[in-house]
Unconditional design. Structure first.
Length: 159
């Protein structure tokens, strides 16, 4: 039999290398999550809500101008709409949890170098409507109507 050279794309090693790689932003988010878990372990089970909220506000303050303004406004809307939610960091993003489970989070556009910020909801959110419903919303600005819609979504999410 004749030995035929294999192309780079047909070798299993090359395919594995491609599948095993994460973007720099993804690796940074994972590292932030590890730091969050270590900080939570140091604080222990009686983690102070004020400390966690301070961390969220500090993370929002680090964001570029438009995302910072949106993050501050979303923080206020979420706190007013669902006081039962606890602010915390989640993969380096401001998030809001109920009974330890993240219900919603704010992802700034610069987090993963996207063209818009995102308000996302996890499966702990009670947003189910039939067989299909949205769990993330692109944000480019916040109008009064948008703020009212977000407030209603957050209320529904924690109901």
């Amino acid at each position: 039999m004749k030995d035929t050279p294999k192309s780079a794309s047909s070798t299993g090693r090359d395919r594995q290398d491609v599948r095993g790689k994460f973007a720099d932003e993804e690796r940074a988010a994972m590292k932030e999550r590890v730091q969050e878990l270590k900080a939570a372990a140091r604080r222990g089970p009686r983690a102070d809500k004020a400390d966690q909220e301070s961390a969220v506000l500090a993370k929002i303050a680090e964001m570029p101008g438009p995302d910072r303004a949106m993050g501050e406004r979303l923080h206020a809307i979420i706190k007013a709409s669902a006081p039962a939610l606890s602010p915390r960091l989640w993969y380096g993003m401001p998030a809001y949890a109920k009974d330890g489970k993240v219900v919603c989070f704010f992802q700034s556009a610069q987090k993963f170098n996207t063209r818009y910020a995102t308000l996302g909801f996890n499966d702990a959110a009670n947003l189910d409507e039939g067989a299909v419903w949205p769990v993330a919303f692109a944000l480019t600005e916040l109008t009064a109507a948008d703020e009212a819609r977000i407030g209603a979504l957050v209320k529904k999410a924690v109901s």
